[in-house]
Every structure is written in structure tokens, then in C-alpha cells.
Design a protein around this ligand. Structure first.
Ligand SMILES: Cc1cc2nc3c(=O)[nH]c(=O)nc-3n(C[C@H](O)[C@H](O)[C@H](O)COP(=O)(O)OP(=O)(O)OC[C@H]3O[C@@H](n4cnc5c(N)ncnc54)[C@H](O)[C@@H]3O)c2cc1C
Length: 385
């Protein structure tokens, strides 16, 4: 029961999970509670899990639709994952030893013009066809549910199943569950070599070598390089992003708020701080570097936040940071791989923190020989050839 990187690695173990983000740690927990011997290896370089904003997303994010229009069919296909993913967070939250501030208080995507409102109305119609619970609110309806919005907002799409969570609490609580079940967690341990042989997987790391019967690649943006080691390269993009948090104030923002056409996502934590992001860029100079903040993103995101919610203008910024998001093709990569027995992928799609526990559950069930609660056949790494 330890996460100390100074301890030696076991020589061999049943399952190695590469990547100790929300997916890797949930998966380790779910496998260990079924009696599996699991080691999680993590190099601690850049993870979405330690940098994310804790938004529980369900409706399609206009940011992704604008940035990657070619991926919209993929987003639509994976839409059913999101309400289930929030449900999974609810399920695990009650099993954790600490309140993780999970609140399903709804999400608003706001419009400032007729054109933006019409875009949202069309999105809303399509999402309803695909089974999502969403509604359009005009300004007078918005006044009643979100009086904190600025005067330029003309309407919004409301998704009542969206919400928020405090990732700082959730990450530690999930990790404690895994460690309590005997999971070996090695930090500052980078996997540099991965070879499949008749005996299993020979894994080289910066802390020594280890043999494993099964390997799960849950390495976020590192999954591209790892999959290439096994001759199955995947088109994984590292997307460096900017975040801010204000000082605490009295609760006044109930929803997670996004914009139909501009880069903003904001929400208020239970302790009163407002978390402001929305996909503003950060800088990543190379795969081994840490991401750094850009002043333009800081100014741009804060100006926009106070435009959408004017009361934010009175709050002081207490911290700003950069993190690395993972983007593949808008869809998760989960399950086993043809021709490499014992290898599994566990990479969530967009809004990967929302999808984390569900992704882990689906992969755990596949590894345990159970039918996953949703079909994962369309999400195999085999689609990359
Ligand atoms: C700024 C920001 C805000 C975000 N906000 C939200 C949000 O509000 N809601 C939401 O749903 N999602 C959000 N996301 C996305 C979300 O955080 C990620 O999709 C999610 O955390 C991915 O989890 P993961 O476990 O798959 O991967 P990660 O958390 O990225 O973890 C992967 C781990 O693998 C390790 N690794 C990689 N290669 C190797 C290797 N060779 N050897 C050993 N270890 C390795 C990495 O160091 C890392 O620790 C945000 C992301 C960012 C960057």
C-alpha cells in the first residue's frame, strides 16, 4: 500500500496500468476490488487529471464542434456516454471516504446573438433526437434560473444533467481507494520500453524493469508514444490549456456556464472560488516539458468571464495554471487490441474527466470477461489500423 517512487518495482505482476490519471486510478481500484494484482506506473509529467476544471459535461461542447468539425459525427456517436458517465461519478462518489463536492446543478451554454441562439437551438434539436435531456431558455426564462448572467446574454441551452466536482478532492479520494486495496502506485516512473512476448509484457521504466501478464495504456497524451512502441501508433494530440481560479465569495453561480461561440467555461466550487477555463491555449515546447501559461490567455479568459458574469470582475485571481488535455478523434479508445493479447487501451474521449470512471468501468468489465454495460466495439484501437 504505497505510492513511493523510491521503493523498488515488483519483478512481475498480473496487471500493469501505464498512467495514474483518473482513468488509471479508477481502473486500478475496480480491478483490485475483484482480486487482481495491479501496479500503476506514472511519470508525473503532464496529466489532464491534475489540471482539469472539474466540469461534468454532457451536452456537445461548441468549442470542439468549431475546432474539429470533422469530428462532429464522432461526438454525436459518443453522446450517450456522457449522462451515463455523470451517473458513474454519482455511483463512485457515495463509495469514497470524502465528500468530493459533486453537484449536478445543470449546465448552461449561453448565446449573445440571434445567430448563436439559432446554432444552439439546432444543436438542442439534434441532441434531443439522440436522446439527451436539453432545453432552450430565452432571456426571461434565464432571468429566473441564472440572474447572475450579464445583460448581453439573449438565451441559453440548458442541460440539467451537467454539473461539477472538485478534482483536487476526487483524485485523492479515488487514489486512497486503490491504495487501500493493495494497488502498487509508482510515481516518477516513466515507461520507456514495452515488448510483447510469449511470457507476457516486458516493460522497461526509468525505475527498472517489470514483467506483466496484462498491460493497460491509460496514459492520456503519452498513449501515442506507447502505442508506437507496440507497432500500433495512434494519432494522439497533446493540447496544452490554460486555467484560472478566483478567491472565494458567497455562492451565486449555480450552473456550469459555457458559451455558444466563445471560449469560456466557468463554475463555482462549493467553497466559493470561481474556476475559469474554456480551452484557452497554453504553451508546450516539447513532449518532456511542463506546460506554461500565456499572458494573452490569462487576460482573454478573465475578460470574457466578467463579460458573461459581471460579478466576477470584483473577484481577485488567486492562481493560474496550465495543463495538457488529450485529443484523439473525438471518441474514446477502449478495450483490447486484435493481435496483441493482454493489451488494453483506456483513453476517454473529449471531456475526459467526466468520462474517467465510466471509461475505467468499461475497460475493467472487458478485462474481467464481463459484457460491458455499453457496447465498446466501435471504440477499439483497431480503427487506427
Ligand atoms: C486545463 C484542463 C481543463 C480540463 N477541464 C475538464 C473538465 O472541466 N471536465 C472534463 O471532463 N475534462 C476536463 N479536462 C480533460 C480531462 O482532464 C482529461 O481528459 C482527463 O483527466 C484524462 O484522464 P486520463 O486518466 O485519461 O489521463 P491523464 O490525466 O492525462 O493521465 C495520464 C497519465 O499518464 C502518464 N504517462 C504518460 N505517458 C507515460 C509513460 N510513458 N510512462 C508513465 N506514465 C505516463 C502521464 O504523466 C499522466 O499522469 C481538462 C483538461 C485540461 C488540461
Amino acid at each position: 500500500m504505497t505510492a513511493d517512487h523510491r521503493l523498488p518495482l515488483p519483478k512481475d505482476i498480473g496487471t500493469v496500468i501505464i498512467g495514474g490519471g483518473i482513468v488509471g486510478m479508477c481502473l486500478a481500484w475496480f480491478l483490485a476490488e475483484e482480486g487482481a494484482e495491479v501496479a500503476v506506473l506514472d511519470d508525473g509529467r503532464h496529466a489532464g487529471t491534475i489540471a482539469n476544471a472539474g466540469g461534468l459535461h454532457v451536452q456537445m461542447q461548441s468549442r470542439f464542434m468549431r475546432l474539429y468539425p470533422e469530428m462532429v459525427p464522432g461526438f454525436e456517436q459518443t453522446l450517450p456516454f456522457y449522462p451515463r458517465a455523470v451517473e458513474h461519478w454519482r455511483r463512485i462518489a457515495v463509495r469514497l471516504d470524502e465528500d468530493i463536492e459533486l453537484a449536478v446543478t445543470g449546465g448552461l451554454m449561453v448565446a449573445e446573438s440571434r445567430e448563436q441562439y439559432d446554432f444552439l437551438a439546432a444543436k438542442c434539436r439534434r441532441e434531443r433526437q439522440l436522446g439527451l435531456e436539453v432545453d432552450m431558455l430565452d432571456r426571461s426564462a434565464l432571468e429566473r434560473v441564472a440572474p447572475y448572467l450579464g445583460p448581453t446574454i439573449v438565451g441559453a441551452e440548458l442541460c440539467p444533467t451537467e454539473g461539477k466536482i472538485n478534482p483536487l478532492l476526487a483524485n485523492q479520494a479515488v487514489r486512497r481507494q486503490a491504495l487501500a486495496l493493495g494497488v502498487v502506485h509508482r510515481t516518477e516512473t516513466r515507461v520507456t520500453g514495452l515488448v510483447r512476448s510469449a511470457a507476457g509484457f516486458a516493460i522497461d521504466t526509468t525505475a527498472g524493469s517489470i514483467l506483466a501478464g496484462r498491460v493497460v495504456i491509460a496514459a492520456g497524451a503519452g498513449a501515442g508514444a506507447l502505442s508506437a512502441l507496440l507497432g500500433r501508433p495512434m494519432p494522439v494530440r497533446a493540447e496544452p490549456l490554460h486555467m484560472n481560479i478566483t478567491e472565494a465569495t458567497q455562492p451565486f453561480i449555480k450552473h456550469m456556464v459555457q458559451h455558444a461561440d466563445r471560449q469560456i467555461t466557468l463554475k463555482q466550487l462549493a467553497a466559493g472560488q470561481v474556476v475559469i477555463g474554456g480551452g484557452w491555449p497554453a504553451t508546450l515546447v516539447g513532449p518532456d516539458a511542463h506546460p506554461t501559461v500565456e499572458i494573452e490567455s490569462l487576460i482573454g479568459s478573465l475578460s470574457l468571464a466578467q463579460h458573461v458574469v459581471p460579478q466576477i470582475g470584483a473577484l481577485r485571481l488567486i492562481r493560474t495554471w496550465a495543463g495538457v488535455n488529450t485529443s484523439v478523434d473525438g471518441r474514446p479508445v477502449v478495450g483490447d487490441v486484435a493481435g496483441i493479447p493482454g493489451l488494453f487501451f483506456a483513453i476517454p474521449g473529449d471531456a475526459g474527466y467526466t468520462l474517467g470512471p465510466l471509461t475505467a468501468r468499461l475497460v475493467a468489465d472487458a478485462m474481467l470477461g464481463r459484457a460491458p454495460e455499453m457496447s465498446i466495439t466501435d471504440y477499439s484501437a483497431d480503427r487506427f489500423g
